[in-house]
Design a protein around this ligand. Structure first.
Ligand SMILES: Cc1cc2nc3c(=O)[nH]c(=O)nc-3n(C[C@H](O)[C@H](O)[C@H](O)COP(=O)(O)OP(=O)(O)OC[C@H]3O[C@@H](n4cnc5c(N)ncnc54)[C@H](O)[C@@H]3O)c2cc1C
Length: 442
């Protein structure tokens, strides 16, 4: 164990859609998760995109930023997930017990039995650049393109991203040069749109060697670009974007492979890959989320078949921690009237009952990561759910009502176990009658 380290069943590296989806599923399976993200936000890449799209089932015309915020809120309120933002994994080694000891660049240790690597893709860059500014990549271009005044754009690349941006920018009134070293590889419906612009708005350089040099220089509050090539000499542009596509960001994976001995040894050592990093043919939000869920199931299976020493912690009893503990939410003595019972007067009228519940929220940091209601289970909602569930319809038996209530409460995010007691307060003059039920993990 590392001093001051966080202890979790699983460390998930990268909080994009894949990492967040894996963390959510793992915590729902009763495992504790340390979710590590190098930027200061969950779902940062998605949040920055600001695109509108139609292919998330059930969310037509969804903006990627809205999706990012919804996904982040869900993960933040999920008990069992401890989040480290602004932390990049810098070191990895095997622990004596066969697990993993990770250390972030800022020195935070994370001890875990297994690791999910969901670090996504990184953009390919252009080597021959100099000056104070870097060319735009696809991510920055997508997040900023709606806000620039009309200017001269140079786009390097010939895939979907380059052609879609050329069409978007030309349509928005910019003067665009699209420069591809080979034939355009973009989808046909995008390429055909290029023909609708006059050549003074959109210049095509297809099958031409790349420029020799891109030089940026400070220009007012921004930067201007000088572009040098054998075919066109020196040219000036207001913006240059390099859209050569992406490759897997395997830095963390390589660190883990070094510690495990080889890449092939990783699956046996409890390292799983999720999302774009796993080389999806069509990298997307939907495939990344699905991959996160799939990886969580594989990992659960691996833990259940791992050497015996791993199993107790995987079953939810991690080593004692000084900065974490078992969180239990309890509501005691909630009184209201419900339609319950088999006697005639019970069928005719509601009767007073008292409900007490305890919800096992699993291992949690001693205090939430911040003091925000979104990051915990809201007990006002729990109270209302209890009343709604118990008053929705008439049931004959107290046992039925307790069972229904337990089932409903177990569906709440992060709830691992439920203890519920329902008391009929006025059924007899000389005593109360109650049924108590314990369900899920305790
Ligand atoms: C310009 C652009 C437009 C796109 N448009 C769409 C679209 O409209 N619809 C759609 O479905 N998909 C779109 N995508 C694709 C989509 O964004 C990805 O497929 C999806 O985000 C992949 O999810 P992921 O979790 O695998 O990786 P990512 O979302 O890339 O997340 C990986 C995370 O890992 C973090 N990370 C990396 N290294 C470390 C480290 N060492 N330590 C800690 N954290 C680390 C990163 O900061 C990042 O937050 C677009 C992509 C781009 C680039």
């Amino acid at each position: 164990m590392t001093d001051g380290a966080w202890h979790a069943d699983v460390a998930v590296i990268g909080a994009g859609p894949a990492g967040c989806s894996a963390a959510l599923w793992l915590s729902e399976m009763g495992l504790t998760v340390a979710l590590v993200e190098q930027t200061g936000r969950l779902l940062a890449r998605l949040d920055d995109l600001q695109l509108t799209q139609n292919w998330v089932l059930g969310a037509p015309a969804a903006s990627t930023a809205d999706l990012a915020q919804r996904y982040a809120a869900h993960v933040q309120m999920q008990p069992g997930i401890r989040i480290a933002l602004g932390e990049a994994i810098a070191q990895a080694r095997r622990s004596a017990s066969g697990g993993w000891q990770l250390v972030t660049a800022a020195g935070q240790g994370i001890d875990a039995h297994a690791v999910v690597v969901a670090t996504g893709l990184r953009a390919l860059t252009f080597g021959a650049c100099s000056g104070p500014a870097a060319p735009l990549d696809a991510q920055r271009l997508a997040s900023q393109r709606a806000h620039w005044p009309a200017g001269r754009f140079l786009l390097l690349g010939g895939g979907d991203n380059a052609v879609e941006n050329a069409v978007y920018l030309a349509r928005a009134g910019h003067v665009v040069t699209l420069w591809s070293r080979g034939p355009l590889r973009a989808q046909r419906y995008l390429v055909t749109q290029l023909a609708s612009f006059p050549s003074h708005r959109l210049r095509l350089r297809v099958g031409q060697p790349m420029p020799e040099r891109l030089v940026s220089r400070a220009d007012g509050e921004g930067h201007a670009w000088q572009v040098q090539s054998a075919a066109h000499g020196a040219e000036s542009f207001d913006h240059v974007a390099v859209l050569f596509g992406n490759v897997p960001d395997a830095t963390v994976l390589h660190l883990l492979a070094q510690a495990a001995g080889s890449v092939d040894a990783l699956p046996g050592a409890g390292v799983f890959v999720a999302g774009d990093l796993s080389g999806r043919w069509h990298p997307s939000i939907a495939t990344a989320i699905a991959d996160g869920a799939d990886t969580a199931k594989k990992l659960q299976h691996w833990l259940e078949h791992a050497p015996a020493r791993l199993i107790p912690a995987a079953a939810g009893t991690p080593a004692p921690e000084r900065d974490a503990g078992l969180r239990i939410l309890s509501l005691t003595g909630l009184r209201f009237a419900a339609n319950l019972g088999i006697l005639d007067h019970e069928r005719a009228n509601p009767q007073p009952i008292e409900v007490s519940v305890e919800l096992n929220l699993g291992q949690q940091p001693l205090a939430p990561p911040d003091d925000h209601i979104l990051h915990v289970l809201d007990y006002r909602k729990v109270r209302q759910i209890i009343i709604d569930e118990c008053t929705a319809e008439h049931v004959n038996l107290l046992e039925t009502l307790v069972g229904k209530l337990c089932t409903r409460l177990l569906q709440l995010p992060g709830v691992q176990g439920v203890r519920a007691k329902i008391t009929k307060l006025e059924i007899f003059d000389d005593c109360e009658v109650a049924i108590r039920m314990e369900a899920g993990l305790w």
